[in-house]
Ligand binder design. Structure first.
Ligand code: SDX
Length: 428
C-alpha cells in the first residue's frame, strides 16, 4: 500500500487525509477523521463514490468489463471450474487440491438436509406465495434451529454456519418450488453433485426415477458460478451491515435475500424475462426502446445497465454462450432468445444506450436458460439467492474476521424542521 495525501480546504481550514492503494483498482481517500476534524460529513446517497470496506474476495473493473474472484477471471472459472470449487476459493482464498475439494464437497453434501420441522414452516404460506417470500422467512428461521453455530466470535462456528447455509439453500429453494406446485418435498441424495442434487430435489417426483441431465447440470452449475459473488453490491452490503451489529449469520443472509429480491437488483432476472414475454416479437422492440428512453415513462430495459459495468458484463457474455450450448445440446429453441439478441443489437446501436454506457448485465439472458430448464420465472431470483449465498457468507466472514470491524452507522444531511415547542391540541 502506497500512502500519500488528499487535502481538503472547506473555507475555514485545511485537512489532510491519507490516500490508500489496494492491490489493483482505484485508490481511496481515507476520510474516517473528517467529521472529527471538520465537523462536516461527506454526502454520497447510493454510495456511487464510496468504498465501504477492504476486501480481497472479488475485483470488478467496470470500464474494462473485468470480474476476478480471488484474482481468477470469471470467464476462466466458468469454463474450467465448478460451483463447489469456486465456493471453496471464495471462502478460503486459494483453489483447492483434489483432496481438499473432495473433502469440502463431502462436508457440504452432509449438511444438505434440513431439520424435519422446517418443512412445517412451508404449510403456513399460501401455495401461490412467491418463492422469495418463503426464502426470506425460512432462512431467517434457520437461526431458531442452529443455536450451536451462532457464536460469531468462534471461527469454527462461523465455518459450520457458512457450510450449513451453502448446503441448505438448494434444499430450501427446491422445497419452495415443490410447495408452489403442490408436489411432495424430495430429500437430498448424498451420491449426487451439489447442482445435480438441486435439480433432482426440484424436478423429481415419487412416481418415477429422475435422471440428472449432465448438460443441464453443467449449465446450471456454470450459472451458479456466475452469480456467486460480486463485490459490495446492494445485497452484500446489506449482509455486511446486518452482520456489523453482531446478528447471527442466518438472520444476515435472510436480510440479503430480502434486498436481492428488488427488481433493480436480483429481481431483474424475473423482470427481464417478463419484459421479453411482453415485447414478444422483434417488430415490437423499437416501441419498448423508445419507452426506455422516455424520461416520463418509468419503464426500463430490465437486464440492462449496471452501477459498475460501463462495458459488457462479462457474466452476460458467458450466459449468452451457455444459452446457445444448452439449446444446441437439448435441440430446443426459444423465440424469446432471438428477441433478446435483437433487442441487444438495437439497444447497443442506439445513441441513448451508447452515451449512458448501458449494456446487458448478468440478468439479461439468465432467465432464458432457466426457463428452458423448466424453472418458472418466480424461481429465478431464488436461484440467484442460492448461488449468491456463498458470496454473502464469505463477505460476512471477511468482515467479522477483521479485528478493526465496527458497527456500520451512516449519518445524514438533516433537512427537517429546526427545534420548536409543542403546541397543545386546543391551540392548533
Ligand atoms: C444486479 O451491483 C451489482 O453488482 C448487482 C449485480 C450483482 O451481481 O450483485 O450485478 C446484480 O443487480 C444487476 C442489475 C440488475 N438490474 C437491472 O437490470 C434493472 C435495470 N437496470 C437499472 O435499473 C439500472 O441500470 C441499475 C439499477 C442496474 C443501475 O442503476 P444506477 O447505477 O443507479 O444508474 P441510474 O439508475 O442512475 O441510471 C443512469 C442513467 C439514468 O438516466 P439519466 O437519469 O442519467 O438521464 O441511465 C438510465 C437511467 O434512466 N438507465 C436506463 C437503464 N438503466 C439506467 N435507462 C433505460 N433502461 C435501463 N435499464
Amino acid at each position: 500500500m502506497s500512502d500519500n495525501q488528499a487535502t481538503l480546504n472547506d473555507g475555514s481550514k485545511t485537512t489532510n487525509m491519507p490516500i490508500r492503494s489496494g492491490s489493483i483498482g482505484p485508490d481511496v481517500i481515507d476520510i474516517r477523521k473528517l467529521y472529527a476534524e471538520t465537523g462536516k460529513f461527506t454526502y454520497d446517497p447510493g454510495f456511487t463514490s464510496t468504498a465501504s470496506c477492504d476486501s480481497a474476495l472479488t475485483y470488478i473493473d467496470g470500464d474494462e468489463g473485468v470480474l476476478l474472484h480471488r484474482g481468477y477471471p470469471i470467464g476462466q472459472l466458468a469454463e474450467h471450474s465448478s460451483f463447489m470449487e469456486v465456493s471453496y476459493l471464495l471462502l478460503n482464498g486459494e483453489l483447492p487440491s483434489a483432496d481438499e475439494l473432495a473433502q469440502f464437497s463431502r462436508t457440504i453434501t452432509r449438511h444438505t438436509m434440513v431439520h424435519e420441522q422446517l418443512s412445517v414452516f412451508y404449510r403456513g404460506f399460501r401455495r401461490d406465495a412467491h418463492p422469495m417470500a418463503i426464502m426470506c422467512g425460512v432462512v431467517g428461521a434457520l437461526s431458531a434451529f442452529y443455536h450451536d453455530s451462532t457464536d460469531i466470535a468462534d471461527p469454527e462456528q462461523r465455518k459450520i454456519s457458512a457450510h450449513r447455509l451453502i448446503a441448505k439453500m438448494p434444499t430450501i429453494a427446491a422445497m419452495a418450488y415443490k410447495y408452489s406446485v403442490g408436489q411432495p418435498f424430495v430429500y437430498p441424495r448424498n451420491d449426487l453433485s451439489y447442482t445435480g442434487n438441486f435439480l433432482r430435489m426440484t424436478f423429481a417426483v415419487p412416481a418415477e426415477e429422475y435422471e440428472v441431465n449432465p448438460v443441464v447440470e453443467r449449465a446450471l452449475d456454470r450459472i451458479f458460478i456466475l452469480h456467486a459473488d460480486h463485490e459490495q453490491n446492494a445485497s452484500t452490503s446489506t449482509v455486511r451491515l446486518a452482520g456489523s451489529s453482531g446478528a447471527n449469520p442466518f438472520a444476515c443472509i435472510a436480510a440479503g435475500i430480502a434486498c436481492l429480491w428488488g427488481p433493480a437488483h436480483g429481481g431483474a432476472n424475473e423482470a427481464a424475462l417478463n419484459m421479453l414475454k411482453e415485447i414478444g416479437t422483434p417488430d415490437r422492440i423499437p416501441h419498448y426502446i423508445a419507452r426506455a428512453k422516455d424520461k416520463n415513462d418509468p419503464f426500463r430495459l430490465m437486464g440492462f445497465g449496471h452501477r459498475v459495468y460501463k462495458n459488457y458484463d462479462p457474466r452476460a457474455t458467458v450466459m449468452q454462450k451457455t444459452v446457445r450450448e444448452v439449446f444446441d445440446s437439448l435441440k430446443v429453441t426459444d423465440p424469446l432468445f432471438e428477441t433478446a439478441l435483437r433487442l441487444e443489437e438495437l439497444a447497443l446501436s442506439d445513441p441513448y444506450f451508447i452515451e449512458k454506457k448501458l449494456f446487458p448485465n448478468v440478468d439479461f439472458y439468465s432467465g432464458i436458460i432457466l426457463s428452458a430448464i423448466g424453472f418458472p420465472t418466480t424461481m429465478f431470483t431464488a436461484l440467484f439467492a442460492l448461488a449468491r449465498t456463498v458470496g454473502w457468507v464469505a463477505q460476512w466472514n471477511e468482515m467479522i474476521s477483521d479485528p478493526g470491524q465496527k458497527i456500520g452507522r451512516p449519518r445524514q444531511l438533516y433537512t427537517g424542521p429546526v427545534q420548536r415547542d409543542y403546541v397543545p391540541v386546543s391551540q392548533r
